[in-house]
Design a protein around this ligand. Structure first.
Ligand code: MG
Length: 159
């Protein structure tokens, strides 16, 4: 069994879509980034890469590479999952937390869970997504950005 941890944050700006966990969420502001800036899927990519000893998302999908401009982050996550497959590891379970003040995400969480389970080809009960505000403190509390944390356990296919 291996454990991986991932963290990411992106700035909230006008005239960008808010995509979290592969779900487009109606909002006045969206996340700025080279890809679709899906901060939750980026944190999850880093968690998986960490678990399998493969560095981080920036090493595999550099910002400087135009191939990744505006790419849906699910494509990045699926590629990371395929890398894990090639190294003989499968996802056991995921826990994650999004930190943002608004909009409230409760009603979108089941769709995020279903997406992530689908992208990683595991049962939805192995995926957990939580959303928290930051009580008005810091960059997330002021609505300047969104942060995400993810932990994953992976098991060797041989077990
Ligand atoms: Mg990112």
């Amino acid at each position: 069994m291996r454990i991986g941890f991932g963290y990411d944050s992106h700035r909230l700006v006008e005239e960008r879509k808010l995509v979290l966990g592969g779900v487009e969420i109606p909002a006045e502001m969206g996340l700025l980034g080279h890809s679709d800036a899906d901060v939750l899927l980026h944190a999850l990519c880093d968690a998986i890469l960490g678990a399998i000893g493969e560095g981080d998302i920036g090493r595999h999908f550099p910002d400087s590479d135009l191939a990744y401009k505006d790419i849906p982050s699910r494509e990045l996550l699926i590629r990371v999952k395929e890398l894990a497959d090639r190294k003989g590891y499968i996802v056991n379970n995921v826990d994650s937390t999004l930190v943002l003040e608004r909009p409230r995400l409760k009603k979108y969480v089941p769709a995020m869970v279903a997406n992530i389970a689908d992208f990683l080809a595991v049962a939805p009960d192995r995926i957990n997504v939580k959303a928290s505000t930051n009580e008005g403190m810091g960059f997330t509390g002021r609505g300047e950005g969104v942060a995400a944390f993810a932990v994953v356990t992976m098991k060797s296919r041989d077990l």
